[in-house]
Design a protein around this ligand. Structure first.
Ligand SMILES: NC(=O)c1ccc[n+]([C@@H]2O[C@H](COP(=O)([O-])OP(=O)(O)OC[C@H]3O[C@@H](n4cnc5c(N)ncnc54)[C@H](O)[C@@H]3O)[C@@H](O)[C@H]2O)c1
Length: 446
């Protein structure tokens, strides 16, 4: 029986750990003790796993051992899980709890630094962690999005150095990229076909069989780890470039005074026209992963043109949206200096609390440079997190009596679709619909 340790219990790691825990004994490991505490209490603040579904697989200290000493419990939990329960998820920050695993799956972040260069620090640290408990015969599978070559060139050497074991003799590796879409309750992890790979053909088969045992949508076994790594990074790069193209179209049609959404609707009647919409590209995947591919290409002397042009265009959209809002206000004779603007939404996408790398912040900062006052209303975001990350105030409830000179639909949260926006407007006021989803007359949209 495989005993699985998942390293990093965030948006990717937790749903995966929960899924594997329905069939295997799983230990979820995270360095964030606050995260471990909430998960042990049966709550997931990312809202990816519903509390009842999480609680149905949670194995707590009482279940795994009869001793009441917390230290003794945490020291024996992995053993206890495999002894007393064939399935279930035990969450921990204690390294000794993962020492009995036979499969390690790494799901830690892969961000970029301030110069948009890949920052592999979490991957190195997680590899060090696994290296400390790695044993002969174990398999380490990476799921984090990386450039082709990162697993074998960057992570494996760390595992070898720390463990003293030899790759593809003593221990093995795999790569299986995650394709979930935060906030999407339809395409959940088990319903998305999963690409798998292994460091040898036999290990590829083993890794594939492991995922196949829980992923109902099935798997695709790629011939090598590098192929699987490259496949993931181009999926997101392709989306980024396609969105950049329609963002460019939005800018052109704006100058020509043509409604972009109407053009896309008309063009979309052709069978092979791709249905991309203009918008802000935030989050830590689509706006980040292309830099991983670009960096790798540059290291090998190739300077990507299309990939980086797409990034530049998408990164400039926050400022563009702000300038369009201000222009629309001026055209309507609204005094800009000191104007009150309501921003609906600050998360990086709809119906999800994730505010990492949200481009609404770019819109707000650019608006503020015109000396307007921006109020942010987002029923999904955590105001403390928004303040901590961006120094921006955010409210979960709307002050029904306040009136604004402009109302901007920034994020398509379902709560905003039924808002009576006119109740929030001064007599002279505009509505700007960044997402193009409002079913009412608006003064401007991308
Ligand atoms: N979120 C998505 O929609 C999504 C989709 C597909 C792929 N990915 C990729 O999956 C990876 C993880 O993304 P995420 O969104 O789950 O990130 P996340 O920030 O939500 O979660 C990462 C977790 O790892 C923990 N962590 C960080 N360093 C650690 C370490 N050294 N040891 C143990 N735990 C550690 C953090 O505390 C956090 O809880 C990234 O490479 C990302 O690009 C994300």
């Amino acid at each position: 029986m495989n005993k699985i340790a998942i390293i990093g219990l965030g948006y990717v790691g937790l749903p995966l750990a929960r899924l594997f825990a329905t069939k295997y004994p799983v230990v979820g490991f995270d360095i964030n003790q606050k995260r471990i505490a909430e998960l042990r209490n049966g709550t997931d603040s990312t809202l990816e796993v519903a509390d009842d579904i999480l609680q149905a697989v949670l194995v707590n200290d009482n279940t795994v051992a009869s001793s009441t000493s917390a230290t003794a419990l945490s020291k024996t939990s992995a053993t206890a899980i495999s002894r007393t329960s064939a399935t279930g998820l035990y969450c921990t920050s204690d390294l000794s709890d993962i020492q009995e695993a036979t499969i390690y799956i790494v799901t830690v972040p892969t961000p970029v630094d301030k110069n948009n260069r890949p920052d592999l620090t979490p991957l190195y640290k997680a590899s060090e962690t696994v290296g400390r408990v790695l044993k002969k015969g174990d398999i380490v599978v990476y799921e984090s999005t990386v450039y082709p070559g990162a697993t074998e060139e960057e992570c494996i050497p760390v595992l070898e150095k720390i463990s003293g074991l030899k790759f593809n003799e003593d221990f093995f590796a795999g790569y299986s990229p995650e394709r979930i879409n935060p906030g999407d309750k339809e395409h959940t992890v088990e319903k998305i076909l999963k690409v798998t790979s292994g460091s040898t053909p036999e290990i590829g088969q083993q890794v594939d069989a492991l995922y196949k045992s829980v992923i109902t949508a099935g798997t695709h076994l790629a011939p090598t780890i590098k192929v699987a790594e490259a496949a993931k990074v181009i999926e997101n790069s392709q989306r980024d470039i396609n969105i950049a193209f329609v963002n460019e179209l939005a800018k052109i049609f704006n100058i020509l005074n043509i409604d972009t959404h109407a053009v896309l609707e008309a063009a979309g009647t052709k069978w092979n026209f791709l249905p991309f919409k203009p918008g802000l590209v935030g989050g830590h995947c689509i706006g980040v992963d292309p830099y991983y591919l670009a960096q790798k290409a540059q290291e090998h002397g190739y300077h990507p043109e299309i990939i980086l042009a797409g990034r530049r265009l998408n990164d400039s959209m926050g400022e563009y949206v702000a300038s369009q809002i201000i222009k629309t206000m001026i055209k309507k004779n609204i005094k800009v200096n000191g104007a009150q603007i309501l921003m609906l939404g600050i998360t990086f996408k709809e119906n999800c609390p994730d505010v990492r790398n949200t481009k609404i912040v770019d819109v707000i900062k650019a608006l503020e440079s015109y000396s307007v006052q921006v109020t942010v209303y987002d029923p999904w975001a955590n105001p403390d997190e928004v303040m901590h990350e961006y120094g921006i105030g955010c409210q979960n409830k709307l002050d029904g009596s306040a009136k604004y000179d402009a109302v901007v639909l920034g994020v398509a949260h379902k709560e905003f679709l039924n808002l009576t926006i006119s109740d929030l407007q001064n007599e002279l006021s505009i509505i700007y619909d960044v997402k193009g989803i409002l079913n009412q007359k608006v003064d401007g949209r991308l």
